[in-house]
Design a protein. Structure first.
Length: 228
């Protein structure tokens, strides 16, 4: 009788395990979905003013400041890139091409997220810098870190100053090999866009000088002068 009861207990344990495993997978799937998409913030209401952007999303300032400290790319330049690459939309992707003029077809590139990073560049970034399970292009923290990382490589390999948003963007859009070949020279639209990014970076930088003190040392664990 005792042996039979133990057998029943083991069978109940196996049955419970088969119930728990799918439930745990479902919970993990839901958590991942929330982390990667549903909880991402809405685009800022006043994207033309970096002070208002950071007032609405103060954690974005933290991410941009961390990226600047790590890679050296100014905060204003990072945010100017995001403005023109994705309009601050976390899941931005190029629109699908149309087959026969009306059937949704393939996308023209693998660009995705705030930074519109392409698959090859993002894979390189993951291999060299960040490879955690939640490092995704739809997260502003990693998008800004990617932008900083990519532009530092452009600085090192192409000699473009980190204070030169126009040419940094040309290398970002065309790729470093394309920049060397000056593929952008035959693309007036891309040259115009690079000029707009430069102008916005300078505008953001001027605005940030007026308000950055609001975002420094705002956490309870930060103490001046170490966080200034």
């Amino acid at each position: 009788m005792k042996r039979s009861r133990q057998q029943r207990l083991r069978e109940l344990g196996r049955d419970a395990l088969w119930l728990i495993l799918p439930l745990a997978g479902l919970v993990l799937s839901i958590a991942t979905t929330l982390r990667l998409g549903l909880l991402e913030p809405e685009p800022p209401r006043q994207p033309d003013n970096i002070c208002e952007i950071f007032r609405e999303h103060p954690v974005w300032y933290d991410y941009a400041a961390q990226s600047q400290e790590r890679w050296g790319l100014p905060i204003a330049t990072q945010m100017a890139f995001v403005y023109y690459e994705s309009s601050f939309r976390s899941h931005a992707r190029p629109p699908r091409e149309k087959l026969l003029g009306f059937i949704p077809w393939n996308r023209p590139s693998t660009a995705q997220g705030y930074s519109q990073a392409l698959d090859p560049a993002w894979s390189e970034y993951l291999a060299e810098v960040n490879d955690g399970p939640f490092v995704v292009r739809t997260d502003m923290e990693y998008a800004l870190d990617f932008i900083g990382w990519y532009n530092l490589l452009s600085h090192k390999q192409l000699g473009i100053a980190l204070t030169n948003p126009r040419h940094l963007y040309l290398a970002y859009h065309e790729g470093r090999a394309g920049y060397r070949r000056k593929t952008w020279a035959q693309k007036p639209i891309i040259q115009s866009l690079a000029g707009k990014i430069e102008a916005r970076a300078w505008r953001y930088d001027h605005q940030l000088r007026q308000c950055e003190a609001e975002f420094r040392c705002r956490h309870f664990y930060q103490f001046p002068p170490f966080c200034e």
